[in-house]
Design a protein around this ligand. Structure first.
Ligand code: PBG
Length: 327
């Protein structure tokens, strides 16, 4: 048959398929989210995220060591305080859970890159991501708190600050507060296009951060919107973000791609708790092959344009990358 172009030719052997792969990645782009709780000798499994745990500070080293051994060198810290209040004061306390965890991690694992998630929902008694005025989150008052939390995280040893609250103007407020306190070299990774998503369900159990009333739709984005996501991303760049994030990852590949085309800074994608939980549940039921599924999810995020991939499967992915199964 006269057919000069035969795409199958380049798929004819494993070596050739690997040679012409378009998406290349390695473990240095992976970030693992870690939950740290108050107390001692705790390693509590999160029931909606089998295989994921909340560690007390004295035991988090087990996980950090495991990650370092696997080649995952960046960790995103979430703190779960023992006491919550209306102002989320545990988020900026010098001896708060995340501040102490960061200090210990910095001392014991100096080679690890420590990223602090910056949000108030794990610390507020009402579970919202800011200060309430009646039933509403007061944007501008919340900015003062975010700015203060960022500095306290940087002082505790955070190498990077990652605000996930979605208040207007937070990147500018955080940037100027960091700069004013001698942290002008601490980068900010903005959760820039963060959608109000059902995929965060398991996280809220993990972090005990479900809102006590209402939802997060007045600050997190409506998932019907694409141009609005680009507006949020552009704004965060203008305000000084060093990295912009799209979250969730799996169902939002279109926006990862658009973010990549829009900005000249790195793009991160966060494969969230619900993505993890779905894979785990389907694999346990025998419906999906876990390894193949997580490889495909990750590669598709990178193919969409992600430079940084935040995943609860980071350790496994590092192995697959090292072995050349992906990447
Ligand atoms: C805090 C925060 C959330 C996640 C990251 N930071 C939860 C939320 O916004 O409700 C979700 C992470 C995940 O689902 O894995 N605001």
């Amino acid at each position: 048959m006269d057919m000069p172009v035969r795409p199958r030719r380049l798929r004819s052997s494993p070596a050739l398929r690997k040679m012409v792969r378009e998406t290349r990645m390695d473990a240095s782009s992976l970030v693992y989210p870690l939950f740290v709780v108050e107390g001692e000798n705790k390693k509590e499994e999160i029931s909606s995220m089998p295989g994921q745990y909340r560690f007390s500070i004295d035991r988090m080293g087990e996980k950090l060591e495991e990650l370092a051994k696997a080649g995952v060198n960046a960790v995103l810290f979430f703190g779960i305080p023992a006491h919550k209040d209306a102002a989320g004061s545990g988020a900026y306390a010098p001896d708060g859970i995340v501040q102490r965890a960061l200090r210990v991690a910095k001392r014991e694992f100096p080679h690890l890159y420590l990223i602090a998630d910056l949000c108030m929902c794990e610390y507020t008694s009402h579970g919202h991501c800011g200060i309430l005025q009646g039933q509403e989150v007061d944007n501008d008052q919340t900015l003062e708190y975010l700015a203060r939390i960022a500095v306290s995280q940087a002082q505790a040893g955070a190498d990077m600050i990652a605000p996930s609250d979605m208040m207007d103007g937070r990147i500018r407020a955080i940037r100027s507060s960091l700069d004013g306190h001698g942290f002008s070299n601490t980068p900010v990774m903005a959760y820039a296009a963060k959608f109000a998503s059902a995929f965060y369900g398991p996280f809220r159990e993990a972090a005990d951060s479900a809102p006590a009333f209402g939802d997060r739709k007045t600050y997190q984005m409506d998932y019907h919107n694409r141009r609005e996501a680009l507006k949020e991303i552009a704004l965060d760049v203008e305000e000084g973000a060093d990295i912009v994030m799209v979250k969730p990852a799996m169902a939002y590949g279109d926006l990862i791609r658009e973010a990549k085309e829009l900005v000249r800074i790195p793009v991160a994608a966060y494969s969230v708790s619900g993505e993890y939980a779905m894979v785990k549940a389907a694999a346990a039921a025998g419906y999906l092959d876990e390894e193949k599924t997580i490889c495909e999810m990750a590669v598709c995020a990178y193919r969409s344009g992600a430079d940084v991939y935040i995943s609860y499967f980071a350790k496994e992915l590092a192995y697959f990358m090292k072995e050349g199964i992906i990447g």
